[in-house]
Design a protein around this ligand. Structure first.
Ligand code: IDP
Length: 139
């Protein structure tokens, strides 16, 4: 059953600083029938992060998360394709890289719950909300 979707991916500042952009993007790009349809390098500001991470505003780690996410450039990417929302989440692996399986991006390259390299929308509704934040012209 065909299920074309689009999702919002962020390669976080640690991915850019560690030179892992090509590696991560290539894992996404090599997946058959998925397409990168928008991409932008930008340093995220507090207002953008407040919108993006609205569900985490009350969490004890929120302040540190904003400091980390605004510490350097990120890459925002829109990906379109078959079941791409769940698919990129599977490629990314679990939030805590120490619990993420080998073969996943976080499992292979990260070891800290905050500096976990990649954000991927967690459901279709979140993807549409996040695409509006990062690529308003494509909403
Ligand atoms: P997700 O990125 O896997 O969807 P969320 O629970 O939505 O995970 O958390 C958003 C981001 O906040 C995580 O990717 C990670 O960078 C950070 N984060 C989550 N939980 C913690 C924590 O317990 N301590 C520090 N940072 C955290």
């Amino acid at each position: 059953m065909s299920s074309p979707q689009r999702t919002l991916v962020l390669l976080k500042p640690d991915a850019v600083a560690r030179g892992l952009v090509g590696e991560i993007l290539s894992r996404i790009e090599r997946k058959a029938h998925w397409r990168i349809t928008a991409l932008e390098l930008r340093t995220l500001d507090a207002a953008t992060l407040e919108q993006h991470y609205a569900e985490h505003l009350d969490k004890p780690f929120y302040g540190e998360l904003v400091d980390f996410m605004s510490s350097g450039p990120s890459i925002a990417v829109m990906v379109e394709g078959e079941s791409v929302v769940e698919g990129v989440r599977l490629l990314a692996g679990r939030t805590n890289p120490l619990q993420a399986g080998p073969g996943t991006i976080r499992g292979d390259y990260a070891s800290h719950v905050q500096e976990n390299l990649i954000h991927a929308s967690d459901c279709v509704d979140a993807a549409e909300r996040e695409i509006k934040i990062f690529f308003p012209g494509r909403a």
